[in-house]
Design a binder for this molecule. Sequence first.
Ligand code: SAH
Length: 252
Amino acid sequence: GDGWLAEHPEAEQITRRYLANLHGLARQALDRLNGQEAEGGDAGTMESPRKATLHEQRLRVVLDHLKGSGAESVVDLGCGEGKLVRMLLQERQFRRILGMDVSYAELAKAMRRLHYEEMAPKQHERLELIQGSLLYRDARLTGFDAAAVVEVIEHLDEDRLQAFERVVFGAAQPGMVIVTTPNAEYNTVFETLDAGAMRHQDHRFEWTRAEFATWAERVGQEFNYRVSFASIGTEHEGVGAPSQMAIFTYET
Ligand code: SAH
């Protein structure tokens, strides 16, 4: 396509068709045509040097914090289809991994994606996937060095958040809790979102950075956790980054 494809109005379709079924290559080719060499960076893998999606960046940031904390046991609360669980499994540091979700369909997907049934015994021993709700106290969640709650709180009704707090920070009480949630202020940057709309149909709320900070600091005080904050994704002037994260550390 040298010399004509980049300018062609159907460049995307032509490239895709030409590289049919080779999605990774099509993406690389398109990135190159657009003059944006994939900045895969940390989140990109060798096989897929495309730009990391926001969610991949988010999971990578969470993973890095978990690694840095020295945690050996991690519970992924609202693990969904198991993207973070898969990353945790790849790190030997994590000797015990528990994935929990309320949705059986998501858990089934996770089992398929992780090849749970065919897993080598050594891996199998490290991992458990369970169905459960974050709104009910659950003894299976106790005794972990760290918990990840990635893009989950905004799926809970705001008036049930107190139940969630008691279950996670009060009863399960992991040494560290990492919570991520969208930054509502950033929504104006997404061209496809109507003003005031949320990013996902099932989101019950989306918080500004100030709202998230107020909640997290109150929770920290109430349950004896020190809190720090970090942003995820590229910052945009005035509105911050697309996603926000609070890191809670239990104070003994
Ligand atoms: N953490 C995953 C999934 C995020 S989507 C990821 O980052 O990829 C939100 C997930 O929270 C869904 O899988 C949903 O089933 C789960 N969820 C919603 N309410 C829940 C509850 N009360 N208890 C446990 N999981 C819940």
